[in-house]
Unconditional design. Structure first.
Length: 122
């Protein structure tokens, strides 16, 4: 019984510890939040504080942003696949603080941001 309690305690500590680390790592107030989906997907719904940079235009558009290579960049797409590809592109360009938040719903939950609709053009 004592062994189970100890293991449960370590397991709970690991979960709580991971949550605290994740929250500290995601300082989204200072981060650049990037949606790498298409304009049509963006118009259907996106995070309030996100910037649209479709994957096929990412390298060109990020180069025009006034950010340094250590700026935290948080990426999302529909499922996390394009964001993963975008992360690799940005890391190859020298950006050091790039995180894939997965899909739109997961990113909204992680950052505690609402999903809004707008009809912006690039």
């Amino acid at each position: 019984m004592k062994k189970r309690t100890l293991l449960l305690g370590w397991w709970l500590l690991a979960i709580v510890g991971c949550s605290d680390v994740a929250a500290k790592e995601l300082d989204y107030q200072k981060a650049l939040i990037v949606d790498v989906r298409t304009l049509q997907e963006w118009n259907a719904g996106h995070l309030r504080d996100a910037t649209l940079m479709p994957l096929d235009q990412l390298a060109e558009q990020i180069s025009r942003q006034p950010i340094n290579k250590d700026q935290q960049i948080l990426l999302y797409c529909r499922s996390g696949n394009r964001a993963n590809h975008a992360q690799k592109i940005l890391e190859q360009m020298g950006y050091t603080q790039v995180l894939n938040l997965g899909g739109l719903g997961q990113a909204a939950e992680t950052l505690q941001q609402e999903i809004i609709q707008s009809y912006d053009n690039l």
